[in-house]
Design a protein around this ligand. Sequence first.
Ligand SMILES: [Zn+2]
Length: 308
Amino acid sequence: VLPDILADGGPAPTSLPTGDYPSADALIGAMAGAVAGLRGRYDNIAAVGCGVPGLVDFDNGHVNHITNVAGWGNVPLRDILASKTGLPVLVDNDANCMAYAEFRHGAARGLRNVVALTLGTGIGGGLIIDGRPYRGSSGAGAEMGHVVIDGDGPPCNGNCPNRGCVEALASGTALAREGRTAAEREPDSALGRARAAGREIDGPEIVACARAGDQVAIDLLALVGRRLGVALSGLANTFDPDVIVLGGGVMDAGELLLGPARAELRRRALTPQNEVPVRAAALGADAGMIGAAILARDEISSGAEVTH
Ligand SMILES: [Zn+2]
């Protein structure tokens, strides 16, 4: 945790590539080493916050699954890291951390009720209700990427047994899948030419083609944006938030995605929930780290129990 992470002159967030460590033990050891290194340079480090891209049992500080990383079944990360560092540790889902960072310091600053989604390989969700993170009864909330927008849609990703979740239809993975199909169908488009040139048809390639004016790529982003808007209309009706914040790599598409998503939400949601502002996240790729750090700080200073 970097207590002065957001202050002028404070340290820049640092990250360790998870793929460099062969096991959970090795990665946790490296995390403890990084904390020890920071404590050698800063004397006001009070806690450690971990934002985990996967399933977290918040109350127990267990990690039950990490997307794309093996060996993380039911790992008591909070207690292991607390014993290695001698500091209180908070472990939360990375989308919850992103939502909290945007709520405290980003696009939702000063507001009380926030729906936040991260659009990447999957779609993560974080909820702030009445100024507090909402994690549900078992600590596994708020997985809004698994809201269903097409009951007969394609199978969802990873360990989700559902089909037609917004994650299955509007994530970066879904965008790339649609992009590959479109590139094959439209060989004369910029996307089709990129495919013929052997380039990988992924989110960044589709966004680059759309920005260069390729109508096929523009239509794809609009399609994914409208699908996202279907989910946002349900979330707006349910939570009546002050703002919806969208982050993650797919948001590099900016208004090419946001515009159609917003229009679909306006068309479908009840009044007045259909007026909710939909904003791009402000803190970028560091939002998860910043949120984990300030959640650890805030939940410890508020007296909440975050470690044994
Ligand atoms: Zn799902």
